[in-house]
Design a protein around this ligand. Structure first.
Ligand code: P6P
Length: 338
């Protein structure tokens, strides 16, 4: 029958979402269509990245500084524009909130209020853009609740558990899309010859423990003593190895597959750390928890953090349950000693 003929080779993302939802309701169709548009954004960005070095004016800086005070890469702007353009006429989302935009971008025409909101980091790890290293896009989907008349998107400032779906696209040797709608974590690999993301793994589960710890040790002297104690421990204990790429999506994907822990702790000067809550930590926490892992700030689950601001940062310790618990034990021991 056709199922065996198609088999796994042709389980596309849109079909998989409908299978997951076991429904063909309008909402299910919308979510499936929404995920397909995210896949389209991923294909466009992947193609652009693969040719970046061949085209004039793609790499390098725009010369602007974004609202976060970071110098903007041309690829940041390109990727942000791709997400806006693929959703503009989709009628699926009313609002896009991105690291690259101070305020959310509203899509008023033919889009009834109360639909989905897409929160995303269009290119995460842009320090890697000009050196041909892996990069990622991170996304979260939330429901727009209320009328948001003041445009402040206050309805987005809610727990990570209010996320409807989340995931990332990893632009590496192959382009992989990993997502969850709360029913497990599944990965798709882009087949450039088909122009389709094809199912590569279902119900991914993080190992309980892994040997990898992933952190920028260049910040060692800016960390709290508890984190320095943890680092000294893994330095002197057999069985740990350091891996850090400078682009979080690749580091997180390694941990999703092999286990271990990724840390971006706060520093004495910036206790809130660097990673953004609503479109980086929260979607990754949603995904990792669905895969049987954990994600904490150091003192609370990422999924329980209620943001006060759209671009709020949090410290992030995320990965295998045992490895996150080990970091947490150093933090707790130091808190008791205070
Ligand atoms: P640092 C990229 O800017 C990013 O948000 C993550 O992708 C990455 O892990 C981290 O920042 C790198 O920051 O301070 O270690 O260079």
């Amino acid at each position: 029958d056709y199922e065996s003929a198609l088999g796994r080779d042709c389980t596309t993302l849109s079909r998989h979402v409908l299978q997951q939802l076991q429904s063909f309701s309008a909402d299910a169709q919308d979510l499936s269509a929404l995920m397909s548009r995210i896949a389209l954004a991923g294909k466009l960005i992947s193609r652009h990245l693969s040719r970046a070095g061949l085209m004039e004016g793609v790499l390098g800086f725009t010369g602007d500084v974004n609202v976060q005070g970071e110098s903007v890469k041309k690829l940041d702007v390109y990727a942000n524009d791709v997400f806006i353009s693929v959703f503009k006429q989709s009628g699926l989302v009313c609002r896009l909130a991105s690291e690259e935009m101070e305020k959310p971008y509203y899509i008023p025409e033919n889009c009834p209020i109360g639909r989905y909101t897409l929160l995303y980091d269009p290119i995460d790890g842009s320090s890697n853009t000009d050196i041909n290293m892996s990069l990622g896009s991170i996304f979260a989907i939330r429901q727009q609740e209320g009328n948001d008349l003041d445009g402040e998107a206050k309805d987005l400032l809610q727990l990570g558990s209010k996320q409807i779906a989340a995931g990332y696209i990893l632009y590496g040797p192959s382009t992989i899309l990993v997502y969850s709608i709360g029913k497990g974590v599944h990965s798709f690999t882009l087949d450039p010859s088909l122009g389709e993301f094809i199912l590569s793994e279902e119900n991914i589960q993080l190992p309980q423990h892994g040997s990898v710890y992933s952190v920028n040790e260049g910040n060692f002297w800016q960390w709290d003593e508890s984190i320095r104690e943890y680092i000294r421990y893994v330095h002197r204990t057999e069985g740990y190895t350091a891996r850090y790429s400078g682009a979080m999506v690749g580091d997180i994907h390694r941990i999703l597959v092999q286990g271990g822990v990724f840390l971006y702790p706060g520093t004495v000067k910036k206790p809130e750390g660097k990673i953004r809550l609503l479109y980086e930590s929260a979607p990754l926490a949603f995904l990792v928890e669905q895969a049987g892992g954990r994600a904490i700030t150091g003192t609370q689950d990422i999924m329980d953090v209620v943001p006060e601001k759209l671009h709020q940062r949090t410290p992030l310790i995320i990965g295998s349950k045992d490895d996150v618990a080990l970091v947490e034990s150093f933090i707790q021991r130091h808190a008791q000693a205070q």
